[in-house]
Unconditional design. Structure first.
Length: 277
């Protein structure tokens, strides 16, 4: 895992902009900055596929020590990030097993306090090396970097790396092919065959592989109603394919739903309307 880019924020009206600077190393000592109320991706798992950039949200609050003010955001830096491994400092400094913010903006609450919000930047492209192994689908720790700068705004006078007890689940994206019901139309009381296929992102090959041995729910919503009901649960075969039969009773929509697991995201197929005659 490598750092994609440093966080950079453009100041907006009424907002306080913070930047992560490529600053020289400093002695590890107490900065006096307090970073609190961290919320990553609204408390939900982060799901990443094989191609699309994912930008999970985050928010936090900061309180500055005496002598520093939110009026000068270039005198300090404070933000959360995700990491794996035993050393929060090594992950943040060396890049591997690190996922940092894409950008964030802080809104001044007082001369020494601010509320911040922004988004992470996770790119599965092979050149980015953000998620380059399926073992990256696990719980990531939340780290915090805190820095104070001299008046020149580049020389670091104090630097800390903290870890928090909370974790964030990073999961491989799953996909379900649109439900396919045959024959169409169908006579009432006759058998319908329902098919689909469940695939899952492979972060090593950057392809979507069939997900074998997974339990998927077949659901039906009758025409004129708003609720899907589960008819049965079916396991995928060795190629991730799904196939089952049901009895046609009334017009309506079929779909497949996969509810995910600790390393895999959820998926819902497109619907197939069946005309029962």
């Amino acid at each position: 895992m490598n750092r994609r880019r440093t966080a950079a924020v453009i100041a907006t009206a009424g907002a306080l902009a913070l930047s992560v600077l490529n600053a020289p190393a400093a002695q590890a000592k107490d900065t006096g900055i307090v970073l609190s109320d961290i919320v990553m991706n609204k408390g939900k798992p982060i799901v990443v596929g094989t191609a699309k950039v994912v930008e999970p949200s985050f928010s936090f609050k900061i309180a500055l020590p005496a002598g520093y003010s939110t009026a000068n955001p270039f005198r300090y830096d404070a933000h959360p990030f995700l990491y794996r491994g035993s050393s929060v400092a090594e992950a943040a400094k060396n890049g591997p097993n690190y996922l940092g913010p894409g950008s964030y903006t802080c809104y001044e609450l007082s001369s020494q306090r601010a509320r911040c919000e922004g988004f992470m930047y996770i790119d599965p492209h092979p050149l980015r090396e953000h998620v380059d192994s399926n073992s990256d689908a696990t719980n990531w720790k939340i780290g915090v970097v805190l820095r104070l700068f001299k008046a020149d705004e580049t020389t670091v006078v104090a630097e800390e790396y903290e870890t928090r007890s909370a974790t964030v689940s990073l999961r491989r994206a799953a996909k379900l092919a649109t439900a396919d019901a045959t024959p169409e139309p169908v006579a009432k009381g006759k058998k319908l065959t329902l098919k689909s296929k469940l695939t899952r992102a492979n972060w090593t090959t950057k392809k979507n592989d069939g997900y074998a041995g997974s339990t998927v729910s077949l659901q039906f919503r009758a025409s004129g109603t708003s609720t899907f009901k589960t008819l049965k649960k079916v396991k995928t075969n060795s190629a991730g394919a799904l196939s089952t039969t049901v009895t046609a009773t009334t017009d309506g929509f079929f779909r497949w739903v996969y509810y995910g697991n600790s390393v895999t995201g959820t998926a819902t197929s497109g619907q197939d309307f069946i005309d029962v005659r």
